[in-house]
Write a protein that binds this ligand. Structure first.
Ligand code: BEZ
Length: 284
């Protein structure tokens, strides 16, 4: 994908229905391009080994992949012997997943309409786009069978803090709206654990995991892929200067002496089961 073309695995999670359906609730609804994702953000699925291990899919299980993207992880779950349904918003991503032979459909993370159907719900790098987290967790709870597990990973508290702070500073310097630097939901484990409990889950494990992430196409590629709306608020003639300010503020922390960029990712990873703690369960 070319820098400047907006796509996102993240946005695909938040809105997984028809494009104009839910503009009021989640404002950034641009669907991802599978090609662009592959170029700028393939690391999202490549670095998902930890949460995949927490899912530990078993043969015969019925699993929902919430925000399946191009199906790279869906395919791994299927290879483990599970029967998987993927949902996503992006038509391009859904096409890519179908090309892999995955069973996928368009859907909305805030309006899941499954009823007691799944042994597990899995989600990677998606739920930070769902600012209405309460709606997403309620839908996951409805979708699971009693005792079913919810295993997810997404951006946690402090995620991309250096990048966000530099964009906020650039907005102040150039007279822009700083709020556009941070449209995401990055909860603490305490915050998200409480939300899960409110919806009838027992939390088995939940943690913040710092994961410095090398950026294959540099910081400009990352910003163009994931935060273009911040720059679009400025007149075209002014955007290069804003970008220059933001990037120069990040540089001392995120660019090494060889010129390689690393984003300051912090993940929140969780496993929760629907229902009360069972005897002998190591629930927290
Ligand atoms: C993330 O995966 O944590 C993330 C990616 C892009 C923007 C924000 C967060």
């Amino acid at each position: 994908m070319r820098p400047g073309v907006r796509n996102s695995r993240m946005q695909r999670s938040a809105i997984v229905g028809t494009t104009n359906q839910r503009k009021a609730a989640v404002t950034e609804t641009n669907p991802w391009s599978a090609e662009g994702y592959d170029h700028h953000a393939r690391f999202v699925s490549e670095l998902a080994g930890g949460v995949f291990d927490w899912l530990a899919p078993k043969p015969g299980e019925r699993i929902l992949d919430l925000g399946c993207g191009d199906g790279a992880l869906t395919e791994r779950i299927v290879a483990a012997g599970a029967s998987v349904l993927g949902i996503d918003h992006s038509p391009s991503m859904l096409d890519a997943a179908r090309e892999r032979g995955m069973d996928v459909r368009s859907g909305d993370a805030r309006q899941l309409d499954f009823d007691t159907e799944f042994d597990a719900v899995f989600s990677n790098a998606v739920l930070h786009w769902v600012t209405e987290a309460d709606l997403a967790v309620a839908g996951v709870a409805r979708a699971l069978k009693p005792g079913g597990r919810f295993v997810a990973e997404f951006g946690g508290h402090g995620n991309v803090a250096t990048i966000v702070t530099a964009m906020r500073a650039a907005a102040q310097i150039h007279g822009g709206e700083a709020g556009l630097a941070h449209p995401w939901y990055f909860p603490t484990p305490e915050q998200y654990g409480a939300l899960l409990q409110d919806h009838g889950f027992t939390v088995h494990r939940i943690a913040l995991i710092p994961r410095p992430t090398p950026l294959p196409t540099g910081m400009q590629g990352w910003l163009a892929t994931f935060r273009q709306p911040f720059f679009d608020q400025f007149p075209q003639a002014h955007r290069a200067a804003v970008l220059e300010t933001a990037v120069s503020l990040m540089e001392p922390s995120l660019r090494d002496c060889k010129g390689n960029w690393t984003a300051d990712y912090v993940r929140i990873r969780l496993e929760a089961r629907l229902g009360p703690v069972a005897d002998g369960d190591p629930a927290t």
